[in-house]
Design a protein around this ligand. Structure first.
Ligand code: NJP
Length: 226
């Protein structure tokens, strides 16, 4: 049987690169993000192994519909990667833009929580794997204090979620990169990680034997290596 992976934030960056790498590794993928046109283009590239699932992670009904559609199409869910996230200019606390705060909380926290709540009943059936994108910013201290704190939440939450999932043989991984050259930034970041570098780490975690839990995939760029 083909294993299946639901990815949020699949329309660009780390999510799109992971979708490509997972299909390359033999997985079928459900592609969730708001940009329906980008998801369709990626699904056309990936063929029968990909299902575009347009929606907003802040909308629990949209996520529920996407999981139902994926299971209807592929018959099972083996892994979910809660990767959608925004930096909103990585706002800090003093003078922080309130709308940006709200959007980050809705996507980075609420959206990831809802992805877990929506996928866990299906993952339980396959003793599956939940992955979530944290950050170096969830392991250290950055100037964008509010963005950084959303990622500290992810790391703390995922460590606790692993304990919950272990009761039925599930697994939980935090994917924690340093800077990655994606649409997260307005400008190119030539010395950063490539989204493909992160995707390789995600697929490596997915491919470990069921008896092995990868708690964290922590990747940093090494710019002086060329
Ligand atoms: O960024 P980008 P990344 N509902 O902008 C989607 C974390 N991270 O790949 O909805 C559903 O290319 C958006 O799609 P769309 C970061 O915090 C990054 O770098 O169509 N989806 C797109 O597919 C985030 O958690 C760096 O606009 C929503 C995707 O999210 C993850 O990596 C470093 C959505 C964002 O793709 C992926 O970001 C680090 C919504 N409401 C952690 N809002 C870095 N780049 O340096 C957004 O440590 N999306």
């Amino acid at each position: 049987t083909t294993k299946t992976l639901l990815l949020t934030g699949a329309s660009s960056g780390i999510g799109a690169a992971t979708a490509r790498a997972a299909v390359e590794a033999g997985w079928a993928v459900g592609l969730f993000a708001r940009s329906a046109d980008k998801l369709q283009t990626l699904a056309d590239e990936l063929g029968d192994a990909a299902l575009p699932l347009p929606g907003d992670v802040a909308d629990p009904e949209a996520q529920a519909g996407a999981v139902a559609a994926l299971v209807a199409r592929f018959g099972r869910l083996d892994a979910a990667f809660a990767n959608a996230g925004i930096g909103a200019g990585a706002p800090g606390t003093e003078g922080g833009d309130l709308d940006s705060w709200r959007q980050m909380l809705d996507v980075n926290l609420w959206g990831a929580l809802v992805t877990a709540r929506t996928t866990l009943p299906e993952l339980r059936k396959t003793r599956g794997h939940f992955l979530v994108t944290g950050s170096r910013a969830g392991r250290s201290v950055i100037k964008g204090s509010v963005y950084g704190a959303t990622k500290w939440f992810i790391h703390g939450w995922a460590a606790n979620l692993l304990e919950e999932m272990r009761e039925w043989g599930g697994r939980c991984t935090v994917v924690a990169p340093g800077m990655v050259d994606t649409e997260f930034f307005d400008e190119k970041k030539p010395k950063a990680l490539r989204p493909e570098d992160v995707a390789r780490g995600v697929v490596w975690a997915l491919q470990q034997p069921a008896s092995v839990n990868v708690g964290e995939v922590y990747l940093m760029p090494n710019p002086e290596a060329g």
